[in-house]
Design a protein around this ligand. Structure first.
Ligand code: SAM
Length: 238
């Protein structure tokens, strides 16, 4: 179900979907939340919260999870380093719970997304519906077996053995365009590079991301940080 509003107190974010909203600071009636403008609002205990419209990212935080997702920091690099735009037709595999597919859907014209596991395929379908993403065509197919589409302008593979899909990628991808592979280990990167001599290797990178705590008396990096997520390998079809 769609998140309608978010309520914030200090660093804590709470999500309102429907009915009365119960929080550790007290409750707010549904009728009040429906009528309220964005800004400050009080619970029945008189505690002040900030209320705002829920945006795409707020809804994304609450989707049903399945396999590991690509984090926004890495998705940012895929969107910015592949020259795609609002007219691009792109493809990703595996869909997983649909995080990358939903971002691609927001930035491109059309997305084909392949997922071979029927359970995750169903999960992604439900998540994309809740996120109101309508230009992602989900396919319950194995990308190692075949890719039906041609003239694709970007392919992203987030699965364990992308080298098994390279022949299909070669036929589906437009010349000069990018194949991006997201891989957790450098052993997989080595195997991919060994098997992708027909593509031009542009770059392999890892993005280190460090958030800061902003308590004015203790300005410093947060002690808990996102460590390693994955390597991104950018290849171009010759
Ligand atoms: C790490 S998850 C992908 C997460 C996704 N990129 C996201 O951001 O939510 C990997 C997915 O690839 C699927 N998968 C693995 N091999 C596949 C294949 N050959 N064809 C299609 N899907 C595959 C798995 O079932 C799994 O759901």
């Amino acid at each position: 179900m769609k998140i309608k509003k978010i309520l914030i107190k200090d660093d804590k974010k709470m999500y309102w979907q429907e009915k009365d909203m119960h929080t550790q600071y007290g409750y707010i009636k549904e009728a009040i939340l429906k009528k309220s403008k964005n800004g400050k609002i009080k619970t029945h205990l008189g505690k002040e919260l900030i209320v705002m419209d829920a945006l795409f990212l707020d809804n994304l935080e609450k989707i049903k999870r399945g396999p590991a997702i690509i984090l926004p920091k890495d998705i940012g690099l895929i969107l910015t380093l592949t020259s795609i735009d609002k007219n691009s037709i792109v493809l990703d595999a595996g869909t997983g719970c649909g995080v990358l597919a939903s971002f691609l859907g927001r930035f491109c014209k059309k997305v084909y997304s392949y997922e071979r596991n029927p359970e995750f395929f169903k999960l992604a379908k439900e998540n994309l519906k809740n996120l109101n993403i309508k230009n992602v065509i989900l396919k319950n197919n194995d990308v190692y077996e075949s890719i039906d589409e041609k003239n694709i302008e970007l392919i992203v593979l987030d699965l364990p053995e992308p080298w098994k899909a390279l022949n299909n990628v070669k036929k589906a991808l437009k010349s000069s365009r990018y194949l991006v592979c997201y891989l957790p280990t450098i052993n997989q990167v080595a195997e991919l590079l060994e098997n992708s001599k027909d593509f031009m290797h542009e770059r392999t990178l890892e993005l280190i991301y460090r958030e800061w705590q902003t308590d004015i008396t203790k300005l410093r990096p947060k002690s808990q940080i996102i460590g390693h997520t994955g390597f991104l390998v950018f290849l171009r079809k010759i």
